[in-house]
Design a protein around this ligand. Structure first.
Ligand code: FAD
Length: 410
């Protein structure tokens, strides 16, 4: 028997839950909403943690999804520093940390993702960081203030963004990664080389094709050692080795889970009345014709909104093309739509030298993904062509010509 009943229980205090709550109220839902998150902070956006917040250019409140008074003003009960310990999908109850039991009509799982931890020799030394929450960003900034040299493990978004932010603040940075070029896993080797040359020209040292073997230290990290025998002296390390969905609560509750919480195309989990959104959500994409889990800010927001609408009876497929952005200090802003699983051709549009171009990733003549560096306008068309599955094999010259009108590609 539940201690109390709510109409909407939103589990996880991140982007997905916060936008779900806001959309429920925007749509006029009058029922009670309870949002429970384990972090001490109200829901916040994580992108600034590796960018303007890390550089000290923005405050904590700037990252909050909703202003401080919004929850009370909108009748959303927000419980922070509190875990949802278990769910009983059949009884539609949840047990909160401390033992309170809450019955719910509909629930959203917006439990997000957890960083991958690298368990290598020396990992217990001080000064080795991961980056997911405000506290991590604070600790990295504090170390950067005293450090002469920091090493970033991983050449994807976290590694490159943090290297750019810290370099811009005056700390010498080195990236160590298994790939040959930075950002190449998403954007391919050619675009990866462009980003690599950019960050090296700004003073970042990059060691590609290197696998971490161990950390050396005396209680505090002093060097990063790779399997090929490279030893790089440093005062601190930030590891960006990817994340995995936090599906623990769902798994314990008996919901279907693969590399995330399995959802259908309407973001419904395998349990009646329970939805998932954001980094934890592995959904049937009607756009891509395959199962997808995306770890992007915009997707967490859009899915939180979409789940709210479906909870209120819309019953529609989630058909938004995933979008991503990243900033490397003020050196370059990039945006991406996709994600391309693989591709057999790249078409470049624009000018590499001036740093204004887009790269179109084609698979069997169709757009599978597109990257923009300072050419946002191209992405709107790429998104349309991707969503509609348009065969662009006869329009490649037009795509490659930066002055041609993409809107005319049918
Ligand atoms: C440093 C950094 C930079 C980023 N930069 C970009 C970027 O530039 N562009 C971009 O598109 N994306 C970026 N991202 C990714 C983006 O922030 C995520 O995709 C987004 O935060 C996902 O939101 P979410 O609501 O799904 O999950 P999260 O933001 O992870 O929130 C989930 C919350 O739920 C809590 N939780 C989990 N289980 C429970 C439980 N049982 N009880 C209570 N609470 C629970 C977690 O502790 C967490 O607070 C970045 C991420 C990081 C870490």
């Amino acid at each position: 028997m539940a201690g109390r009943e709510v109409d909407f229980l939103l589990v996880g205090g991140g982007m997905a839950s916060a936008h779900c709550a806001a959309e429920l109220r925007r749509r006029g839902a009058e029922g009670s909403i309870l949002l429970v998150g384990r972090e001490p902070e109200p829901p916040y956006e994580r992108p600034p943690l590796s960018k303007e917040y890390l550089r000290g250019e923005a405050g904590r409140e700037d990252a909050h999804v909703n202003p401080a008074g919004w929850y009370a003003e909108n009748g959303v009960e927000l419980l922070t520093s509190l875990n949802v310990m278990s769910l009983d999908p059949a009884a539609r109850t949840a047990k909160l940390q401390g033992g309170e039991e809450v019955g719910f009509g509909r629930a959203l799982l917006g439990t997000g993702a957890m960083v991958n931890i690298l368990r290598v020799e020396g990992a217990e030394n001080e000064g080795i960081h991961y980056l997911r929450a405000f506290g991590n960003s604070d600790a990295i900034r504090a170390d950067a203030e005293a450090a002469e040299h920091m090493v970033l493990i991983g050449g994807s978004y976290i590694g490159t963004e943090v290297a750019a932010s810290l370099t811009a603040r005056g700390t010498k940075c080195t990236i160590v990664m298994m790939e040959e070029t930075v950002l190449s896993r998403t954007f391919g080797a050619d675009a990866g080389r462009w980003f690599g040359e950019l960050i090296e020209s700004k003073g970042v040292t990059v060691h590609g094709g290197e696998e971490l073997d161990a950390f050396e230290g005396d209680g505090r990290v002093r060097a990063v050692v790779t399997k090929s025998g490279l030893a790089i002296e440093c005062d601190a390390v930030v590891i960006g080795a990817g994340v995995r969905a936090d599906a623990m609560l769902a798994q314990r509750a008996g919901l279907e889970v693969d590399d995330g919480i399995v959802c259908d195309s309407k973001l419904r989990t395998s349990a009646e009345g329970i939805y998932a959104a954001g980094d934890c959500c592995s959904y049937d994409s009607v756009v891509h014709g395959r199962r997808l889990r995306v770890e992007h800010w915009d997707v967490a927001m859009q899915q939180g909104i979409h789940a709210a609408r479906n909870m209120l009876g819309d019953d529609r497929d989630y058909d938004v093309v995933p979008y991503f952005f990243s900033d490397l200090a003020d050196w370059a802003s990039l945006e991406y739509v996709g994600p391309a699983q693989d591709w057999d051709e790249e078409v470049w549009r624009g000018d590499r030298e001036s740093g204004e171009f887009s790269v179109w990733y084609l698979k069997d003549g169709r757009v599978a993904g597109a990257l923009s560096v300072e050419r946002s306008e191209d992405l709107a068309e790429a998104r349309r062509l991707l969503a509609d599955g348009v065969d662009v094999s006869t329009a490649k010259d037009r795509i490659a010509d930066p002055d041609s009108d993409l809107a005319r590609i049918a």
